[in-house]
Design a protein around this ligand. Sequence first.
Ligand code: MOS
Length: 730
Amino acid sequence: MTKSLTPAPDAASDRTPQRYEGRAKVTGEAHYPSDVRLPRTAHAYLHVSRIGRGTIRSFDLAQARAVPGVIDILTHETLGEDIRQTPAMYQGGYISDSVRPLGSAEVAYWGQPLAMVVAETFEAAREASNRINVTYHPHPAPSADMGSEGAVTQALEPMNLAVGNFEVAYAAAPVRIDADYSTPTQHQNPIELFATQCVWEGDRLTVHEPSQYVNNVKFGLAEQLGIEPERIRVVSPYVGGAFGSKGFLTQRTALVAIAAKRLGRPVKLVATREQGFTVSGYRAETRHRVQLAATRDGRLVALRQEGWELTSRADSVAMGAASMTARLYACPNVSVRVNTVSADRSTPGFMRGPGEVPYGFALETALDELATALDMDPIELRRINDTRTEPIGGLPYTSRSLMRCFDEAAARFRWGERTKPPGSMREGDWRIGWGCATAFYPAYAGNASARVRLSADGRVHVSSAGHELGQGMYTMMAQVAAEQLGVPFEQVTVSLGDSDLPPAVVAGGSSSTASVAPAIMAACDAIRRRLGIEGASPSEIMPAMKASGRGVVEELAEVRAHGVDSIAGLYRGKAVPSGGVHLPDRVQFALGAQLVEVRVHARTHEIRVPRAVGAFAAGRIINPRTAHGQLVGGMIWGISSALHEHTEIDPRNGSYINANLADYLLPVNADIVDVEALMVEEEDPLVNRAGVKGVGEIGVVGVAAAISNAVFHATGQRLRDLPIRLEHLM
Ligand code: MOS
């Protein structure tokens, strides 16, 4: 098999700028938050619970304190009320969960921080942590799984949606599907660990922490510590992977801030890989029941999806993407419901395509089952049910290129050579299966601001508190400013990832470019106005600048996203991206087609994915190189999600038994062969001024269903639970 992981997209010609920070990253000049060296730094180490629920009776810290170099040990007893109880983000607050850091003797989940040691060295802090002795009051085994007896199911009524009469239409239809699906717990596992460094200068605090939302950390921490937000600066110029796990303030940051205050020294914490599994949120396990009914010619007449999502006892968190699966296809009778299942676990959070991945897996696998029942090609089934309006509110899609995506992907894949019966394609010992699924992700945007400075010599500086997670934010910001002002890309410098810069939205919901690009454009408009050449083309700007005799023109602009009521939320670190399914008059979605080939060995049942072709329509693509990286990376993650990843839980104590990169299965180079992402041209002036829908997450959506559907096509075995492993095919 030839290997062609990232064929350069045609559009990535020499005119497409290379990654702005690429050189800094490969030469080690890029300093990530934990690389920052501060004089006299003390090192912190978290001591986390080794039970799944219970109450602490006492700490024995004598052995720990005896370790040379130990300076301080924080516990709920020594900390007092220094950190305030604040609402979690799901209740309108900032922090990712509502367990107060070292707030009480209660243990809510395995891996909960119970103490933090501060020492002269990392090694001394770790050694002392190992010598902490915690005794607990007698405690029962936790209910850590969705299926465990003590887990409590609760319907989330506000997430229910319905149109028409599902029950009647379903009962009357000639062809029906009714099946259950499940997806497992997964963890983001960014290579950069969860690090925090805090340093006080007088009453001013600087936090160096990899973050997808520096203003969220600033305002949330201010609330926890009871100080003015203006006294806190959060700096995060590079993030070494996040995928949702660094989106919001977590318990650790306030602990490090307090320790630094008590010591009068900078304090640095780097949570271990294992601790990372409970330090931040994760993708919770889900279950689904999907019922579909259609006419004999394949028109959907009834669609029902009910989801169950695991959450913690403390917080009711649900990704609830039934609001999207309900809107994907033409169907007169739709009913979707969402439930949470509370268990003794840490609070889940966001992981790339948070709801779209599990809800999409269930719906898109069910659609394949329907195609089989109808003896119909699965792409044709989607074509028959394609729509220009979503069925719940009858709202129009601003643009919808789903079938163009399927057509382009199918041509590239040579889908026409597929023979329909399961098990009908074979090469030697390998059974071959071809499967497909729809990818979807809402086109969100949030409020954002940007400052642009143009100098008479043609140099430009653009700044905004956006974030570089590796997705290409620096490049995009420089490119948009260069294009708007008619200067070469190389003359633009960029600042981002700093709460002192003009505020911007969370780097989540695939919304960064859609939010910040319009703010940069607006700042460039303001520069034109200042030069008295409103509406002038980019090529007229430098001549006007020279003629004006000014040395520098600098302008700040704020842009409010569609559907967001005020710009004010932006300055409080709370602004939730809006758009997609939350607009009163339309829906905005990026859409795509995922086509995969699997080969299942007839004797060993080994599953390989030699080929995946995705085609995506996401409005304007500002930089085809970085966008292509996002899409291919997403698709690879989809393969991982289908065949590899599963955080395993020990029901006896609620622990994660594979909380490390050796045991947590991820695809290696040999698992990934041909992965191709095609970008389908699409113009959508309605989504936002930049015409951008975003590509950060859509690449991962639908891949798992395409793979399970391909496995069915290869073997005739329908697998509805992820991950699919060879033992499930025996
Ligand atoms: Mo992403 S899971 O919206 O950070």
